[in-house]
Design a protein around this ligand. Structure first.
Ligand SMILES: *[C@@H]1O[C@H](CO)[C@@H](O)[C@H](O)[C@H]1NC(C)=O
Ligand SMILES: *[C@@H]1O[C@H](CO)[C@@H](O)[C@H](O)[C@H]1NC(C)=O
Ligand SMILES: *[C@@H]1O[C@H](CO)[C@@H](O)[C@H](O)[C@H]1NC(C)=O
Ligand SMILES: *[C@@H]1O[C@H](CO)[C@@H](O)[C@H](O)[C@H]1NC(C)=O
Length: 411
């Protein structure tokens, strides 16, 4: 019997092959396996699969032993598979099927590294660091005379392939070198600019605006003067005005000299200093109040009423009195007299008021029976009497106040 070894190539496709295993004709047809071929290429850089094939020999040429692989075995028996390249790059861990990468690496085989790219250089400064992968840090520094602003001096490449922070800028930080602050101002550098802290009396960006008003010393305070004369000489100190910046100062005053003979009353003295170079003004203003010397208060007479002006009492007091019904004054006292303190026009006059004595059936001058009931009559009588007296000017001068309501009645 002639044995003819027939080499049967295996099918490329395993599809449709439902049964597996050695065929029942194996022995009958004289089937023998060939050695496995060498393994094929791994189909992937990592976690791949490779395969190898084998052939089968058919030794017997018997009827029914068709010259086909399937005569000996199902197609799958011709193939063998195994995993290959079961590893990952960059320290990743393989489970033979896929990789789990170390942080910062990605890709099926962890062959790719997260990279943020070059974050860019800056003007007037330098970028330090040449590695732009995940976890790398770059820093920025500015040239002398520049300050890092508007961003981060240090940036880190993050997992999302974006640099942390923002790109900074080198701002000019030496503007004070040109000495922009005048008049003793102190210069402070700020980014792209400077700031002046001005000395007293100067303002403006460069301390060149004179905001110094005239400086005043020895401005008198208000003066309150009492005098026994109708007019009196009042003196005061002349204020001085100076300018620390030595500009001219013009002073005007409403009195020509530092003394004046004032009558009773209220007066204002003013000195006004203006600095023409900047128009600023400083005023010295004070008041002078001249009043007659006050008198001791008069006592209310027993059994009588004391009636006086209740207006402008600091300029003068004019008092008279009423007796109560069935009372009168001692001999020698003239009941019509005014008792005057102050502006008499003929000197000062003050008389201790007499005690009014009881009499019977003897009455002289105006009387009252009930202090509160007769109050109005006494006030009206007083105004009438004052207006016809030597002191009528006091009513004329203060016309609006010379009214019965403004007359004081004390019993
Ligand atoms: C202010 O007045 C005092 C006392 O009269 C005097 O000594 C001083 O020199 C005056 N100051 C100025 C600036 O005139
Ligand atoms: C004095 O000046 C004050 C304000 O400072 C004013 O109210 C007053 O009326 C003035 N007096 C006189 C008498 O001019
Ligand atoms: C004065 O009159 C009032 C009521 O008008 C009265 O209450 C008072 O008692 C009288 N005074 C005298 C001292 O009569
Ligand atoms: C009295 O005179 C003063 C001003 O000196 C005035 O204010 C006052 O209203 C007067 N009194 C009466 C009761 O009219």
């Amino acid at each position: 019997m002639r044995s003819i070894p027939w080499l049967l190539l295996l099918f490329l496709s395993l599809l449709g092959s439902t049964e597996c295993g050695i065929s029942s004709q194996w022995d009958q047809c004289g089937c023998r396996w060939e050695e496995w071929e060498a393994w094929g290429e791994c189909d992937s850089e990592c976690n791949g699969e490779r395969k190898r094939s084998r052939r089968v020999w058919l030794y017997t040429n018997m009827p029914g032993c068709v010259f086909e692989f399937n005569t000996c075995a199902t197609n799958d028996m011709g193939w063998d598979y195994s995993n290959c390249n079961a590893f990952c790059h960059n320290g990743g861990t393989s489970n033979s099927i896929s990789c789990s990468c170390v942080t910062g690496f990605y890709g099926a085989c962890c062959g790719l590294q997260v990279n943020c790219g070059n974050p860019g250089s800056i003007t007037n400064g330098i970028l330090n660091g040449g590695t732009f992968t995940y976890g790398s840090t770059v820093t920025y520094t500015c040239q002398t005379g520049y300050l890092l602003v508007d961003g981060s001096s240090s940036r880190k490449c993050e997992l999302n392939a974006i640099w942390s922070g923002t790109k900074p800028r080198c701002a000019y930080y030496n503007s004070c070198s040109s000495g922009p602050c005048k008049n003793g101002g102190i210069c402070t550098n700020i980014p792209d600019d400077y700031q002046c802290t001005c000395s007293n009396g100067w303002s403006g960006k460069n301390c060149d605006v004179d905001i110094q008003p005239p400086v005043m010393t020895n401005c008198s305070s208000d003066k309150y003067i009492t005098t026994s004369k109708l007019t009196d000489l009042v003196e005061w100190q002349i204020p001085t005005f100076t300018d620390p910046h030595d500009f001219r100062i013009d002073v005007t005053a409403n009195y020509l000299t530092n003394e004046f003979t004032f009558p009773w009353g209220d007066f204002n003295v003013s000195y006004s200093a203006v600095k023409p170079s900047n128009g600023l003004i400083t005023d010295c203003l004070f008041g002078i109040s001249l009043r007659p010397k006050p008198c001791d208060p008069m006592s209310v007479p027993a059994n009588g009423a004391l009636i006086c002006n209740n207006w402008k009492t600091d300029y003068g007091q004019f008092c008279t009195f009423f007796c109560k019904e069935s009372y009168t004054v001692p001999r020698g006292i003239i009941i019509d007299d005014f008792y005057v303190c102050g502006a008499s026009g003929r000197g000062r006059l003050q008389i201790q008021f007499p005690i009014v004595q009881s009499t019977t059936g003897y009455n002289i001058g105006p009387t009252y029976s009930n202090c509160s009931d007769n109050r109005r009559e006494m006030q009206e009588f007083y105004i009438e009497k004052l207006s016809q007296s030597d002191f009528s000017y006091f009513c004329e001068k203060f016309q609006e106040e010379c009214i019965p309501e403004n007359v004081s009645v004390q019993c």
